[in-house]
Design a protein around this ligand. Sequence first.
Ligand code: ZN
Length: 355
Amino acid sequence: MGASAHEIVMESRQEIVDKLIAQMEKGYASTRAAWNSMKTGRPYNSESEAVYNGINRFRLMFASLEHGYEDPRWMTYKQAKDAGYRIKAGAKSVLLEKWIYYKEVPSLDENGEQVIGADGQPQMKKLLYKKPIVNYFRVFNAEQIIGVPEYVKEQITEDQYSDYADRFEKSSKCPVCYENQDSAYYSAVEDKIHLPPKAAFKNNETRLGVLLHEMAHSTGHESRLNRPLLNAFGTPEYAKEELNAELTSLFLENDFNISIEPESEIIKDHANYVKSWLAVLKKEPDALFDSCKTAEKISNYLLENYRELERSKDVENVHMVESETVDSTRQGESFARREMLQEMRAEMGFGNMIL
Ligand SMILES: [Zn+2]
């Protein structure tokens, strides 16, 4: 008998962790530089329009990094075939996980009769499995497929980076203060984000990257997503929380199609926490995948606050929007698409089949 779906999924997880460890062993700067070389936005399925979350998102980002894909579109072999496209000879697919948490069964009344809903259709109910069932499927990148329409990448300007940074900062539920010192950190005791003066950042992209990392930590506060934050340096818990923050900023950068150059001296102890990540990943490979789920939750939380601010700004700016130029209409369109993707993400929710 061949390997079970569970074994295949777990084996492919181990493969990713091994590659990541090999990358990290070269040091933080090299790991970050590798991620920054990634030239693609948030991975999505161009045929179903579904966006990938958590572990699957990380798997596709990692594959893009490995193979240098600049196209964020993915699809299955069948989807490509149905659309009349052709997979290039020798193209290797990426394995994605499919977790099934429940099955649908007919809803019965006390006499054992099928319940009919108000719409005249038989009613169904969800039966949760004690242990979720894992399966997998495979997708190809659009660059591996012949016949796919060309992908037009959105260009981000320096002004937009500055805008994103300002808006994220404004949407933060945790106070952000710029001070005359040289490090960036979140203090759980004060519940406050400390940053060096704005002028100390190389540019707005870097400020945004550092800000997102610290905002990710701040969501651990008990009034927000409530995660253990007071972890002693060098412990596995400390390393895991750092991984949560790094993956969150990576996911959000990817959401907005931006890549940020790190300034390692600004976020405290980078080199050291890479060492603690390595220790954790070697001992507990699944920590990476747990962190992917946590980072998805954190980035959704931060995005929701960001969007709330955007919506309130939209109300303030109704008058301005009326007189917008052609250029900003285009921007509006791409924002609408992003909104739509986010909405789909929210609808699919956590614990959906696409993780
Ligand atoms: Zn950190």
